[in-house]
Design a protein around this ligand. Structure first.
Ligand code: PLP
Length: 412
């Protein structure tokens, strides 16, 4: 395993390939990250040595698999500084975790006339569950907008969050604008009004140190696959006192205490929320990804991405035909940069960039209300992770210039 962030690339065999006869510049980690060899090896090891169903077996493999699974839970606990492993629920991913909160806490606590507050920059995963809950319960969904610089408008937040607010659901870092929101301040605001706060950590946990106790969030969800673990595993953090009062999300095996013909009781947290056979290998892979990230140090991960943004953003902004969305100041930017090229459709841009080996995302990024707010239907988006370097940024700029030449002979 590598020791320095500057030589991590060798741990990612997938990056060492040519795409359309060009060096691959993978700039789509906000959609999903690549997996390093230690994570791939941990998966192989689990399936070659320990695979069994967890919690219900007494044989050696079942005990080993259970120990692996619970060790992964503890790694997550320490990684985000939760007070107890019982506050860590394994889910399918961030979307699943957010739906869990809406379907349990939300179902139990939202009544007609209540208000739920989200921001306009939410990913659909942290918007549609609340929108649908509000419709079902005759509650009101309110939005916090943006400042002119593309950051969350905290003055608006102070107006929107009132004593009627029961849930505030805000992303920690935007998957489009590349901003980090002041979740701790929002948590204080929510608590002052007796509301709970739900943080969407999908674009934060992989990229910066996160301390859920310091943030004082009540719930916090994220996905493993954006931080180099397999797909299909994620985490919902919830404060133990809240989790204990909530009804189960799904019913079946694993989540029960006792089952009788006409009644059942539920297991203790976190198992109450983990019905059915779980993604044990996924949890093991997530544990290995956490080890890998901790080996690098999350402050170093954040600084590395920041240095790439500091390098790329001025180069992008210097191109008169490129529009960058979100804060123009690199100090306020995560490794996510959304942009458009003059009047070109972002899908055409992404296809042209792919011809030069550059992988970026194009579309509405599951944030259609934000697209409306920005006055666009879609954008292209480049996103950095630990394995990216200045060569990737240079390749993107070169490919953008070539795209301009290709369309309209560069006349815009
Ligand atoms: N929230 C944000 C901010 C995201 O960027 C994403 C995925 O792109 C999600 C939630 C949903 O994550 P998943 O599809 O892994 O559940």
């Amino acid at each position: 395993m590598v020791n320095s962030i500057n030589d991590v690339r060798r741990d990612f065999p997938i990056l060492n390939q040519r795409v359309n006869d060009e060096r691959l510049a993978y700039l789509d980690s906000a959609a999903t990250a690549q997996r390093p060899q230690p994570v791939l090896k941990a998966l192989m090891h689990f399936y070659e040595h320990d695979n069994a169903n967890v919690h219900r077996g007494v044989h050696t493999l079942a005990e080993r698999a259970t120990a692996d699974y619970e060790e992964a839970r503890q790694k997550v606990q320490h990684f985000i500084n939760a007070a107890s492993p019982n506050e860590i629920i394994f889910t399918k991913g961030c979307t699943d975790g957010l739906n869990l909160v809406a379907a349990t806490y939300g179902e139990q606590n939202i009544h007609a006339g209540d208000e739920i507050v989200v921001s306009i920059m939410e990913h659909h995963s942290n918007l549609v569950p609340w929108q649908q809950l509000a419709i079902k319960k005759h509650a009101t969904l309110k939005y916090i907008g943006l400042t002119s610089d593309g950051e969350l408008d905290m003055a608006a937040a102070r107006k929107q969050i009132t004593d009627k607010t029961k849930i505030v659901a805000v992303t920690h870092a935007s998957n489009v604008l590349g901003v980090v929101n002041p979740l701790k301040q929002l948590a204080q605001l929510a608590h002052q009004h007796g509301a709970v706060i739900v943080g969407d950590g999908a674009q934060a946990v992989p990229h910066m140190p996160v301390d859920v106790q310091n943030l004082d969030v009540d719930f916090y969800a994220f996905s493993g696959h954006k931080m180099m673990s397999p797909m299909g595993i994620g985490v919902l953090y919830g404060k133990a006192d809240l989790l204990r009062t909530m009804p189960p999300y799904q019913y079946g095996g694993e989540m029960i205490g006792e089952v009788h013909r006409s009644q059942s009781t539920w297991a203790n947290i976190p198992f109450k929320f983990e019905a059915g056979t779980q993604n044990v290998a996924g949890a093991v892979g997530l544990g290995a990804a956490i080890d890998y990230l901790q080996g690098l140090g999350m402050a170093n991960v954040q600084a590395h991405e920041q240095s790439l943004v500091n390098y790329l953003l001025p180069k992008l902004e210097a191109l008169p035909y490129v529009t960058v969305y979100g804060p123009q100041n690199p100090r306020h930017h995560t490794g996510v940069i959304a942009f458009n090229l003059a009047h070109l459709h972002p899908h055409d841009v992404a296809t042209a960039l792919d011809m030069d080996g550059v992988a970026v995302r194009a579309g509405h990024h599951c944030a259609q209300p934000l697209m409306e707010e920005l006055g666009v239907v879609a954008t292209a988006r480049a996103s950095f992770y630990i394995y990216n370097n200045q060569q990737d940024a240079d390749q993107l700029i070169k490919a953008i210039k070539e795209t301009k030449e290709f369309f309209n002979g560069g006349t815009f």
